[in-house]
Design a protein around this ligand. Structure first.
Ligand SMILES: NC(=O)C1=CN([C@@H]2O[C@H](COP(=O)(O)OP(=O)(O)OC[C@H]3O[C@@H](n4cnc5c(N)ncnc54)[C@H](OP(=O)(O)O)[C@@H]3O)[C@@H](O)[C@H]2O)C=CC1
Ligand SMILES: CC(=O)[C@@H](O)[C@H](O)COP(=O)(O)O
Ligand SMILES: [Mn+2]
Length: 399
């Protein structure tokens, strides 16, 4: 029986993880759940799967959770609060794997705790990797942590890598394994067919309606701006030690082919699956084995004649270019990009700014906030904080 801590259990990926655990309850048990303040979902999760620990970052939320569980006669779950306890639950001696599914750089500290405890990390949270970059991969190597990508495209690439490359993720150039290029597919987002000049009036509800995936709000908006693909480009550079000319982004509206790996011997390996996060999650949990997954529908070859691919028009997606440029500038620029994006997306979701202002604000912040590349987590978080402050002043400027 393998035990798991789920960071971000009440979110889209967190709930999908619990669903996979429930399909294989003889193999896996949930030791700890961590969330921010969604007491109602956390209460239901605690009553359903009975973890040993449940942690809410927000102290009042933890108090409400505790009283809900007592009222339900559930007194054997230890309710904790705060980031320090969340980090401790990512390091528990009797936990083999940690699902990193907190959204945003908020996931950084608990994810690093799991890395430093040498855990098997199911990495969904992309903001931590892209803001910590090489430092993240070095820490994983130093502490012998196993990184298994959960992001669907990166999980797809991982599945098409030679075992030796999987076991030495990011340590050697792709050419060492005979790989010439990795391809990330992109749906183009919910507004793919809408001219840019009409994007000023789209609503948060429209932006959160992804054509193929059911996801949390932040990543859904990132998919609509294509910032998600920009973050995934950066993620792939670090995870797979890929050079910029070894990564291609291919428009694929159906989100069935999640990635392609080109080998120098003329072979091209593609990964296909229906767009359901339980698939990459189950793969990673079972790795290096495989386990069956009960799904409402399965992919089959009937879909092949409906699949379309096209070159990407980068000019239609300024956020994607901002991310690639920030990555080329360095780690500090990537931290600033991510912070500005998190704040700008939040402001859009709260109807403070319009959708088409998101890239403008990020670009403005990148123009005025400059730092040398960081050497440790404290410096990363300091840069993040400064960029957030600047972005907040731009988004919430008094009219
Ligand atoms: N959803 C998807 O299909 C995919 C997601 N990812 C990545 O996985 C991560 C999670 O995404 P998703 O599941 O969609 O996100 P959701 O918004 O659905 O869930 C976010 C989770 O993080 C928790 N959370 C938010 N802020 C904090 C905080 N400050 N401290 C602790 N917990 C916090 C939330 O708790 P609460 O509910 O209490 O607020 C919730 O459990 C993101 O990094 C995303 O980019 C990657 C690929 C696909
Ligand atoms: C499920 C997942 O991995 C998301 O990142 C998804 O891929 C978003 O798709 P697009 O960014 O291609 O719209
Ligand atoms: Mn993805």
């Amino acid at each position: 029986m393998q035990s798991i801590t789920i960071l971000g259990s009440t979110g889209s990926v967190g709930q999908a993880t619990i669903s996979v655990v429930q399909q294989h309850s003889s193999k896996f048990c949930v030791r700890a759940l961590v969330a921010k303040n969604n007491v109602s979902i956390m209460t239901n999760q605690c009553l359903t799967i009975c973890p040993k620990y449940a942690c809410m970052i927000d102290e009042n939320a933890a108090k409400m959770l505790k009283s809900n569980l007592i009222a339900a006669g559930k007194n054997d779950i230890q309710v904790l609060s705060g980031i320090t306890n969340a980090c401790a639950l990512a390091m528990l001696d009797d936990v083999e794997m940690v699902m990193s599914a907190i959204v945003g750089i908020a996931g950084l500290k608990p994810t690093f705790s799991a890395i430093r405890a040498g855990k098997k990390i199911l990495l969904a949270n992309k903001e931590t990797l892209i803001t910590c970059g090489k430092f993240f991969m070095q820490e994983a190597e130093t502490h012998n942590a196993t990184i298994l990508p959960i992001d669907s495209e990166h999980n797809a690439i991982f599945q098409n890598l030679p075992i030796k490359c999987q076991k030495n993720l990011g340590r050697f150039p792709l050419s060492k394994y005979g790989i010439s290029k990795i391809v990330l597919t992109a749906s183009g987002g919910v507004f793919r067919k809408i001219p840019q000049e009409q994007l000023s009036s789209v609503t948060p509800e429209q932006a959160c309606t992804h054509p193929n995936w059911s996801m949390g709000n932040k990543i859904s908006v990132d998919s609509a701006t294509m910032m998600n693909k920009g973050l995934e480009y950066i993620e792939a550079r670090y995870l797979f030690n890929a050079k910029s000319n070894e990564i291609q982004i291919l428009l694929h509206p159906q989100s069935i082919v999640h990635a392609i790996v080109h080998y120098t011997d003329g072979n091209m390996l593609a990964h296909l699956a229906i767009p359901d996060m339980k698939i990459p999650i189950a793969y990673a949990m079972a790795y290096p084995n495989r386990m069956p997954l009960k799904m409402p529908s399965y992919i089959n070859t009937n879909c092949l004649n409906t699949l379309h691919f096209a070159e990407l028009d980068y000019h239609s997606y300024p956020c994607l270019q901002l991310a690639i440029d920030a990555n080329n500038s360095g780690q500090a620029a990537t931290i600033i990009l991510n912070a500005a994006n998190e704040i700008a997306v939040e402001a859009f979701l709260h109807k403070i700014i319009s959708f088409n202002k998101i890239p403008d604000i990020i670009s403005n912040v990148l123009d005025v906030v400059h730092f040398n590349d960081p050497n440790n987590i404290e410096e990363i978080l300091y840069i993040d904080k400064q960029a957030r402050a600047k972005t907040t002043s731009l988004c919430y400027v008094k009219k």
